[in-house]
Design a protein around this ligand. Sequence first.
Ligand code: AMP
Ligand code: ZN
Length: 440
Amino acid sequence: MNILLYNTLTKRKDRFVPIDPKRVTLYVCGPTVWNRAHIGNARPPVIFDVLNRLLRSVYGESHVLYARNITDVEDKINKAAAEQNVAISVITNTFEAHYLDDMRALGVNPPDFAPHATAHMADIVAMIEQLVKNGAAYAANSHVLFNVPGYADYGQLSGRNREDMIAGARVDIAPYKRDPADFVLWKPSTPDQPGWDSPWGRGRPGWHIECSAMIKAVLGDTIDIHAGGQDLIFPHHENEIAQSTCANHAPLARYWLHNGFLSMDREKMSKSTGNIKLISDILAGGVSGEVMRLALLSAHYRQPLDWTDSLIEQSRKTLDRWYGLLRGQPVEATAPAPAFMAALADDLNTPQAMAALAQLANARDLGALKASAAVLGLLQADAEAWFTAGASTDIDAMIAARNTAKAARDFATADRIRTELKAQGVVLEDGAAGTTWRRG
Ligand code: AMP
Ligand code: ZN
């Protein structure tokens, strides 16, 4: 089967040809674990989970290696720890656990490798040493910087010219930089900041070099596919390419995939503007992870997607309809339908793939429906439970969220949850033994 993927590097749909079809490699930049993920943050892991499933179904389960890192060394983490007056590990452990809970709720399969920057410090230092040795980087003032003018292909991925790059990287003009576009590979730590010993003194790595070193350590010098959100094209991925290419004398990745943004009210969902919906809050509002997942897959991954109540409602109705067909009879998954696979193989055209699922549903080809939906990570729950246990699990989760809100004296949230349940026909009764519910 021919898979076509839009490659940011070549700016066209390329036919996917792995270096070794028995060892297909995929890397997706994972979360910086310092706060809770919003539904926009879920778009890359959900989309590239579908890519992972597609590759496995085409090349074989054991022939695909998927790595998604955990960024547990980054200044945002240090800031959060200082603000909350807790150890850094408390922040990273807490938010990694939350992230994995969110991924589980969204039906995202765990990657084969989840490398942590803290566990790869020797690899990171070794790569920086290699870059210094090659003349691609230089040490100055306890920092190590990448020498951008020395790498002729810099800007190849993002297509940016020098002025754009300097503006886009928001590089502060530090006196120790030889060129304003040079970026940090290593920086010194004060005693209260996390730090590791290195040839340049006690310090910590920059974010970009963490990914380059982890990719080399877990997947190798050149991988097949590197993916992430569009905002990572510059500077993060541009810098990863510069570092890895100069250290390894080999290209970093052959195919670069980038997803578009999730928006709300047509504005990018982003912490800095505050228009965010946390995955955990959406779950507490009674929307299941599978409904969210279908909603995220309803648009093509390179297109923007606006997160609205009607999108959620539509997604819920679609799943109700499909689970309704699977209910009350044993359905054995057969094989994914050719039209469905052709849609996915065309640059992950999930809207068209879902149209193919709708056709299978209409034709009552339930075995193919179930097998096809599995590649999207949908319709794998027990159909009966979808309508019964699933619903009460959601109600229990909402009651638990309301109790947490009440304990925190957040009565506005507690009341909102009660009202939402009431709208779904569920009446809460607070008694001495806790909260019970009945259909009202
Ligand atoms: P951030 O927390 O902004 O650093 O983002 C973490 C990850 O989520 C990155 O891979 C981003 O590309 C991705 N991301 C952030 N916001 C959005 C959004 N609104 N839509 C899609 N992806 C996003
Ligand atoms: Zn990365």
